[in-house]
Design a protein around this ligand. Structure first.
Ligand SMILES: [Zn+2]
Length: 115
C-alpha cells in the first residue's frame, strides 16, 4: 500500500464513520419505532429510519466532498505537505513538545513552525 493510498483512506475515514454510525442509529430508531407495529398498533414515527438514513447519507456525502476537496487541492500543489512523503498533513494537535500535525500518508509527526 502506497503512502498516497493510505492518505486517501485516512481522508475518507470520517465519511465512512459518519455513514456507518448514522445507518446503525437509523436501524435502531426504525426498530424502536416499529415496536408497536409488531404488537398490532401503528408505528411511533412513520419512516423515521428512512429519513435518518437519507440525512446520514447527505452528511456523509458533504464530509466526503470536503475531504476530496482537500485531496484535489493537494493534487494542485496547495496545502501543507509532509517533507518525507509529500502527502497531506492532518489537523493541528497539542503534544508534549508543542503543537504538531500528523502526516496522513506516512504517519510521522511534524512540529509546527518546522515544516
Ligand atoms: Zn509523510
Amino acid at each position: 500500500m502506497t503512502f498516497e493510498m493510505k492518505m486517501l483512506l485516512r481522508l475518507a475515514a470520517p465519511a465512512i464513520v459518519v455513514l456507518g454510525a448514522g445507518l446503525a442509529l437509523a436501524t435502531i430508531a426504525s426498530s424502536v419505532s416499529d415496536l408497536p407495529k409488531a404488537l398490532g398498533g401503528a408505528p411511533l414515527f412513520d419512516n423515521v429510519g428512512d429519513d435518518m438514513a437519507i440525512a446520514t447519507a447527505v452528511v456523509a456525502g458533504v464530509v466526503y466532498l470536503w475531504q476530496m476537496t482537500r485531496y484535489w487541492r493537494w493534487t494542485q500543489g496547495n496545502g501543507d505537505r509532509c517533507f518525507v512523503c509529500t502527502c497531506l498533513l492532518g489537523r493541528e494537535r497539542d503534544g508534549r513538545f508543542g503543537p504538531y500535525r500528523k502526516c496522513l500518508g506516512c504517519g510521522k509527526n511534524h512540529a509546527l513552525g518546522r515544516l
